[in-house]
Design a protein around this ligand. Structure first.
Ligand code: AMP
Ligand code: MG
Length: 549
């Protein structure tokens, strides 16, 4: 495999590279791109592997505009070459990050960017700093047993889901572009000894920072508090500048961030992580691999792997076949895992502080922050102006039970609930009352599901009657938080099947649909506002996903 060459001084797209991370944190002194343990460094400089015949499959117009690229530039040859890793210019500073992490609850040691290479950090026309990272661009010192490549199916999933999440209002890393590399990659999709060639692909991911909890965990396990301190100082001063203390605020005789600033920083990470969990629960997103190396320091959804979207409401559901036995990363367990991960993160930071009690307090706030956020979110999605514990705790709990009496699509149920005739609830028959949400059921409702649902709707209608909002205002509120279109697993799979045959329109069509997830888009309703089709129930990629990607 050939490495891309650097022979131009500046990139032809006019991107302004600032590369603060690589100029401010310690670099791996060894230049060789060999798999190894990397000590005392936050990253390794590494050049992307050149690809044979890159083709642009799709791009996000919003992300292109954000980094300052015009439609003409996106359509240029230079764009495909750069965002496939084939054209590296001297103003870039490509690197792979060094980090560790807990995988499925066990400390895994050094992990790092095994198949992600950042081209560098750019300053956008709005003055923001964003890192442009190529996923699937070849091996790095952190590739361990892997090839550093990514296949089309997982890249389509990462590209579409990043953008779908953004438009749903969920904090996430973004995706600028999706390219087919023109090279084939061998993958054993189910780890069953049947590897097969698949199309290689690269996604250019974009975020203010790709630092993870695991980025901070590795150093204290190696007694390297100096590098930990440098990374914490860098992170607070760049990505949390509002918390940074400088000059006279610094503790005497030290250029480092004070204990007070560090505690404020951890508090903010606890808060943004709790908020992220509330969002995931609202839209029905199941990450699938919430290892500590897959939790962003900025509270962004990061590393789209064997994720899935809840279709039938089931708190125990996990999309990840690797997690099928323990179900650690099941839908309903995500907030607890986030808390557990925060504890690991705080343990990594603790050696920097004289007094760890405020750190413990920060972590202990997670439960209340999540509960408050979840209550506010549920109140909003059910059409209440605010949460009232006396009535609503019970109503929410009951709803969780009702949704499991018979297989019920969560997205359709919540979206259609606003159409229920609240004023006529007391007198309507059960069947008439539940009619708007009946399409959320798979088949005929089982047992007393219909009667119990009607009973719950009547209680909900009584609660609505205490509100002062007009019906139109309430319904509009509900439609702003209960999406109509999400990236159902089988929707992505249909686009993947077409892309594997060289037809990329399925990807662009879904991107267009998912850019407006709260809009009615009646022309797309029959195709995409529907329950999982029967063929998708057991199909690989739809209900079962492995980490092989
Ligand atoms: P994940 O669970 O996908 O976040 O990956 C865990 C670790 O495995 C990370 O360090 C990844 O960079 C690495 N990894 C995953 N797939 C590959 C691959 N194909 N080649 C090299 N490293 C990989
Ligand atoms: Mg990862």
């Amino acid at each position: 495999m050939a490495l891309s060459e650097t022979n131009e001084a500046t990139n032809p797209l006019g991107l302004v590279f600032t590369n603060r991370f690589t100029s401010s944190t310690p670099a791996d002194p060894m230049p060789a791109n060999q798999r190894r343990q990397v000590h005392g460094s936050c990253f390794s400089r590494v050049t992307p592997t050149a690809t044979t015949a890159p083709v642009l499959i799709a791009h996000s117009p919003e992300v292109a505009a954000m980094v300052g690229l015009s439609p003409e530039q996106v359509a240029s040859e230079a764009f495909v070459d750069i965002f496939n890793g084939n054209r590296v210019t001297a103003d870039m500073d490509p690197f792979a990050m060094c980090y560790g992490g807990h995988q499925f609850g066990n400390w895994a040691g050094q992990l790092g960017d095994g198949r992600a290479i950042a081209l560098g950090e750019v300053r956008t026309p709005d003055g923001e700093h964003l890192t442009l990272q190529l996923k699937g661009s070849g091996p790095t010192p952190y590739s361990r047993g892997g090839d550093g490549l990514a296949v089309l199916r997982s890249s389509v999933r990462e590209f579409l889901c990043s953008e779908a999440m953004f438009h749903l209002g969920v904090p996430t890393t973004r995706a600028l572009s999706l390219t087919d590399t023109g090279d084939m990659v061998m993958r054993d999709m189910f780890y069953d000894g049947n590897p097969a060639p698949e199309h290689g692909a690269v996604v250019c991911r974009v975020a203010p920072s790709f630092l993870r909890f695991g980025s901070f965990q590795l150093f204290p396990t190696r007694d390297d508090l100096d590098t930990l301190r440098t990374l914490v100082d860098f992170t607070i001063t760049t990505d949390f500048a509002h918390l940074a203390e400088s000059g006279e605020n610094h503790q005497s005789g030290s250029d480092h961030q004070s204990d007070r600033a560090i505690v404020a920083w951890v508090n903010e990470i606890v808060r943004t992580t709790a908020e992220l969990m509330v969002h995931w629960m609202r839209v029905g997103f199941v990450h699938g691999v919430m290892n500590t190396d897959n939790l962003s320091i900025l509270g962004l959804t990061i590393d789209y792997g064997p994720y899935g979207w809840l279709e039938g409401f089931d708190p125990d559901w996990t999309p990840n076949t690797t997690d099928a036995s323990g179900r650690r990363y099941r839908y309903g367990n995500q907030p607890s895992v986030a808390h557990w991960n925060l504890v690991q993160f705080a343990n990594a930071i603790a050696p920097l502080l004289d007094d760890v009690a405020p750190l413990q307090d920060a972590i202990d706030r997670f439960g209340q922050l999540f509960t408050d956020g979840w209550n506010a979110m549920m109140a909003e999605r059910l059409g209440f102006a605010s949460f009232h514990g006396e009535t609503d705790n019970d109503l929410f709990g009951e709803l969780g039970r009702i949704l499991q009496l018979t297989e019920t699509d969560m997205t359709i149920f919540h979206r259609r609930l606003g159409d229920v005739d609240v004023d006529g609830a007391a007198t309507a028959t059960d069947a008439d009352l539940v009619a708007p949400i009946a399409e959320a059921w798979y088949g005929e409702p089982k047992g007393d599901a219909l009667a119990e649902t009607a009973r719950w709707i009547r209680r909900w209608a009584q609660r609505i009657a205490q509100e002062t909002q007009s019906t139109e205002e309430r319904v509009a509120q509900m439609k702003r938080v209960n999406p109509k279109y999400v990236l159902r697993n089988w929707m992505a799979q249909l686009a993947i099947d077409r892309a594997n045959d060289g037809d990329y329109a399925g990807v662009s069509d879904l991107l267009d649909l998912l850019r407006f997830p709260y809009d009615e888009q009646p022309e797309h309703e029959a195709e995409w506002f529907v329950k999982r089709p029967e063929w998708a129930r057991e199909r690989a990629g739809c209900s079962m996903l492995s980490c092989s990607s």
